[in-house]
Design a binder for this molecule. Sequence first.
Ligand code: AMP
Length: 346
Amino acid sequence: MKVGIVGGGQLGRMLALAGIPLGMRFRFLEPSMSCPAAALGEVIGTPYDDPEGLVRFAQNLSVATYEFENVPTATVEFLQQSLGVHPGAKSLQIAQDRIQEKHFFKECGLGVQAFHAVGSSADLPRALEAVGPVGVLKTRRLGYDGKGQRVIRNGDSLESAWIALGKVPCIYEAFVEFEREVSIIGVRTRVGGKPQVAFYELCQNEHVSGILHQTVVPTPEGDRLTALAREQAHAVMERLDHVGVLTIEFFAHGDTLTANEMAPRVHNSGHWTIEGAQTSQFENHLRAIAGLPLGSTALRAPCVMTNIVGTLPTTATVLSQPNAHLHLYGKAPRAGRKLGHITLVG
Ligand code: AMP
């Protein structure tokens, strides 16, 4: 089976690492030929929406998926004409726009904080009135790892922040005084037309400067919110008729969850599943999109996953801890760049 992946970053690389033992082969659509996934399959080195590149990419594929949510919709539409693309266009379209995402969460019964769209300077006073003077202004599209957002504290100018973000369409949302951040990773497939759904342990996440720093599983606070997070993710996946992995990030306070965002893909907060779960998120995503039965998501052992950002550690030092598992993505060091991760298995 040949699987096409739009994007050739570390998620594509880890998907291929999980799929090769199942007999899958991989092709990536990625403008940079020296991408992290290049070691594991063929790379079509054109822009994501290049018509000629798309034709070469789609040839003889059994199924296609993507490893980031900013894939142009036209790319997915083109691929869908000749092969199955999972997750489908609806999951992708909602995840690409923070306003649509918030409305969709509300429809599915998830809690969201106050928010208001900012599309022109006339929206600024309305947004301030609806949300209040303390919030976060974020670009509606193309934000990642805390990029494209500005925190607004009492007295800060929302207008200056909007200008600084380039006056692009934005969302202004209330700042959430959360106790902790958690994420739930679900996977859904259809085997013989019948949906099959599974969830991983709830992950507890710590961000530094908007970038995930560490994930701890199981959560030190125990299981209180797991059932609620799973129920909510289930509602979202059913409504989307989602196929593949879906991740939802939440702010947790007391017994409540506020949904922050969703990703229709494998997620950084699920990297621990490579060593810590019976079946990794990467393998289960591939099983799901290939219409194969899902593997057990049960926890094998407690894990702490730490991202390697900006500079590389000394391999021998990391490996001097016998329970440390090092994953390097083959990327050149640069400030703020995710270069790898380490999972400590307890
Ligand atoms: P995001 O790109 O939405 O995932 O935001 C990156 C990180 O910024 C989150 O994981 C939080 O740590 C923080 N953050 C984002 N939005 C808010 C908010 N409305 N209130 C408080 N913290 C936030």
